[in-house]
Design a protein around this ligand. Structure first.
Ligand code: NAD
Length: 271
């Protein structure tokens, strides 16, 4: 699809691996200049190098998005680098790195370490707030802009053993609707994309590992049954099942979509 993103400058948080990486690649393929953010500089640089090597335009912008000043500095640096302001913001970073490394099952709410609550809320909620605050004044002034949040179906229907994460993702969806109402008059759209389980290269073990099959992973077979489309195609979703939706929402084709949460979970939640 030719989405006409030439001239756009897109900031993708947590763009160094997984879903965020593929969003960076797809936005660049559609013509956007991409600011690849990640907590880990080497990840951001690798994705920016990959895009630049294939004829796109990308800039690595490592920063911890839980830190307000770091976000403001990153946004200012990126605008200087490209000589143009950020016109598309994708709030993608949402899983704390230690949790991603550990994998496996998480405990019920009452058994979760209190310190983890702040980490989850800081990354998902405050990270999103910081980035929105940094880019919105420019979007408002130019009377155009796109904000897309990557959330989880856990935020729409709740997920046992992921209570704080579910609440944090729900908070983003509510925040997005309020922003959409505030900034419709500035032609800024704000939407969320809700994911189910996404298998990708950054997940080392378990059913979401890209090499997991129903033969070598018993849990994967059970998970596939929870997703209507997975039953048809025999796999979980992948980053490329998400990135096209984000690119569409970033384009003019989606101008009249705002304040919405779009499920990209193969029918896991139908709300
Ligand atoms: N993978 C899934 O199964 C799944 C399911 C539902 C929703 N999601 C959502 O999709 C999004 C992407 O998921 P993923 O699986 O690609 O995540 P991931 O953890 O594999 O990758 C995210 C990237 O974000 C970076 N990051 C973490 N903290 C950061 C910070 N403070 N500042 C900047 N960057 C930071 C990490 O270094 C990592 O490279 C998240 O919002 C997640 O909640 C994922």
């Amino acid at each position: 699809m030719q989405l006409g993103l030439n001239g756009q400058v897109a900031l993708v948080t947590g763009g160094g691996q997984g879903v965020g990486r593929q969003i960076c690649i797809e936005l660049a393929a559609e013509g956007a200049r991409v600011v690849v953010n990640d907590l880990f500089a080497e990840r951001a640089q690798a994705v920016a190098d990959e895009i630049n090597a294939s004829g796109g335009q990308a800039y690595a912008a490592p920063a911890d998005i839980t830190q307000l000043e770091a976000v403001d500095a990153m946004v200012a640096d990126a605008a200087r680098h490209f000589g143009a302001p950020i016109t598309v913001l994708v709030n993608n970073a949402g899983i704390i790195p230690e949790r991603r490394e550990k994998g496996g099952r998480t405990p019920p709410f009452v058994d979760t370490p209190v310190a983890d609550w702040a980490k989850i809320v800081n990354l998902n909620v405050y990270g999103t707030l910081h980035c929105c605050r940094a880019v919105l004044p420019g979007m408002v002034g130019r009377k155009t802009g796109r904000i897309i949040n990557i959330i989880s179906e856990a935020g729409r229907i709740g997920e046992a053993n992921m209570a704080v994460y579910s609440g944090a993702k729900a908070a983003i969806a509510g925040f997005a609707k309020a922003l959409a109402r505030e900034h419709g008059r500035h032609a800024v759209t704000v939407n969320s994309v809700a994911l189910g389980a996404v298998s990708h290269e950054g997940i080392k073990d378990g059913p979401l590992n890209i090499h997991a099959t129903v033969e070598n992973n018993e849990l994967l077979g059970k998970m596939l049954n929870a997703y209507p489309i997975s039953k048809g195609v025999g796999r979980l979703s992948r980053p490329a099942d998400v990135s096209g939706i984000v690119a569409f929402l970033a384009s003019d084709r989606a101008l009249f979509i705002t304040g919405q949460t779009i499920g990209a979970s193969g029918g896991f939640a139908m709300v």
